[in-house]
Design a protein around this ligand. Structure first.
Ligand SMILES: [Zn+2]
Length: 471
């Protein structure tokens, strides 16, 4: 077991397979020494500066859901070829459909970090962020922060562990198995490749990189859970040990880095033990794991800002490990994060008079729209398709949404007039006899008209045509 870089802990501190690496952290005196030894230049990187650096230098890739295995292969080869002395590229296995799974490694330190992304094929944000990390290391390797990282750490990254799922933009692999429930059965070649790499490296810490549902929220009133962190448990009792202390401290470091960039949008995942999951078992096998779940950001820009957050999180966490600064992080900064909930929709229309199109008399309600994204190929090009559906209606005051519309004094109707434009004056048909194709009901498409009464019976001005997703 290796000491955390920058610490003076010795192997004699280690106690058994789970008492790894952070012997010094168990001892307050040691941690004090580590901090005292850290020169001023080892202050935490400025997250706003890292964010601006990402804006200026991030790799020009398609939107994260559109990145294919072919893009990953091309990018990995380009990274390796641009700096062959810096990066090593190795194939660690093949997917069910024979797509290569790669490990890109760099650094020469004694402390080993293992990161993997897109174990679920439709959870792509961190794959793009890993490429931005590689580019950052390549461009800035002569600068002290990166030179220190390369001296102190050996970093192994597996971008897109589930390439067959990514090709279909689906969670599961080509066998239809959720790889993240296959850590014990090991029936998936992708899972076997990850386990074999973990066992060979016996990495000192791991990062398991996912995306979570756009329904995920934090706090009351709810806000989007743009990044959720988890110090992964390795048993039902959620026992604390040095490994979990390290991952809690890393989560604290990440929280502090991301808070200025995503205030109120950071959360904590339930640390209930999942006996079949990779994060839990990798932790049990001796590599404590930090789970980073990327969540909703905004409807207008759902993909790029979350990649930027992942980049800042990863650079800051690796820097904290390389400098030993992580030893001074307070686990309470992680433990005090609000827990994930599911109180978020994509669009919420509040307080409208509902003309439902079902024959019922108008009533007052909030209407919530949820969305699902798929990737399809049209004319030889991959593109993201968004579907919007009404998911709830009634008193929805306990929920929030990425976009909220105040509809007090307005009437909401299904869009029975696709040609209607803002400012048009229209007449609503007789509700008792009208049976429009779409209605306002759970499961119906999110194609709606927001109408302002003119005062004349049945007459309205179109305030807004609301269209979430395709017709
Ligand atoms: Zn996932």
């Amino acid at each position: 077991m290796k000491a955390l870089p920058g610490s003076h802990a010795s192997r004699t501190h280690a106690r058994g397979p789970l008492a790894l690496t952070l012997a010094s952290l168990a001892c307050a005196a040691c941690a004090t020494v580590v901090l005292a030894q850290a020169p001023a230049s080892q202050a935490a990187p400025d997250p706003l500066a890292l964010s601006r650096l990402w804006d200026a230098e991030h790799v020009d890739l398609p939107a994260a859901p559109l990145v294919t295995h072919r893009d990953v292969e091309a990018r990995l080869n380009a990274v390796r070829d641009a700096s062959p002395g810096l990066f090593s590229l190795a194939e660690i296995g093949r997917s069910v459909e024979n797509r290569a799974i790669y490990d890109l490694s760099f650094g020469r330190g004694r402390f080993t970090v293992l990161l993997w992304s897109q174990m679920h094929g439709d959870e792509p944000s961190a794959t793009s962020a890993l490429f931005d990390l590689f580019e950052y290391v390549r461009r800035h390797r002569a600068e002290p922060a990166v030179a220190r990282m390369l001296d102190a750490l050996t970093i192994h990254a597996v971008p897109m562990l589930n390439p067959d799922g990514a090709e279909r933009f689906q969670r599961r692999n080509a066998q239809g198995i959720d790889i993240n429930r296959d850590a014990l059965h090991l029936q998936t070649p992708e899972g076997r490749a990850l386990k074999a790499l973990r066992d060979r490296l016996r990495a000192d810490v791991g990062f398991n990189l996912h995306n979570q549902s756009w329904r995920t929220s934090v706090s009351r009133p709810p806000r989007p859970a743009s990044i959720t962190l988890l110090s992964v448990a390795f048993d039902e009792a959620r026992t604390m040990n040095e490994g979990r202390l390290l991952t809690k401290r890393l989560c604290a470091v990440i929280r502090d880095a991301l808070e200025p960039l995503a205030p109120g949008r950071l959360g904590r995942y339930d640390d209930e033990y999942e006996v079949r999951a990779f994060g839990d078992n990798v932790t049990l096998w001796g590599t404590p794991v930090v789970l980073i779940e990327t969540g909703p950001w905004s409807l207008a820009e759902p993909d790029r800002p979350p990649v930027r957050l992942n980049f800042v999180a990863l650079v800051t966490a690796l820097d904290a490990l390389a400098t030993g600064r992580v030893a001074g992080a307070d686990p309470a900064r992680y433990e005090s994060l609000p827990m994930n909930e599911s109180q978020l929709y994509t669009v919420l229309i509040r307080g409208a008079t509902i003309w439902a199109g079902t024959g019922v008399a108008p009533f007052t309600a909030d209407v919530a729209v949820g969305t699902a994204r798929t990737v399809r190929t049209a004319n030889g090009r991959r593109e993201i398709a968004l579907t919007g559906r009404i998911e709830d209606l009634g008193d929805l005051r306990v929920y929030a949404a990425l976009e909220e519309i105040d509809a007090a004094g307005l009437t909401l109707a299904p869009n029975f007039l696709p040609s209607a434009r803002q400012g048009d004056t229209i007449t609503l048909p007789d509700r008792a006899t009208a049976r429009p194709q779409a209605t306002i009901a759970v499961g119906q498409p999110a194609q709606l008209l927001l109408l302002r009464p003119t005062g004349a019976p049945g007459s309205f001005v179109v305030e807004r045509a609301i269209a979430v997703g395709e017709r």
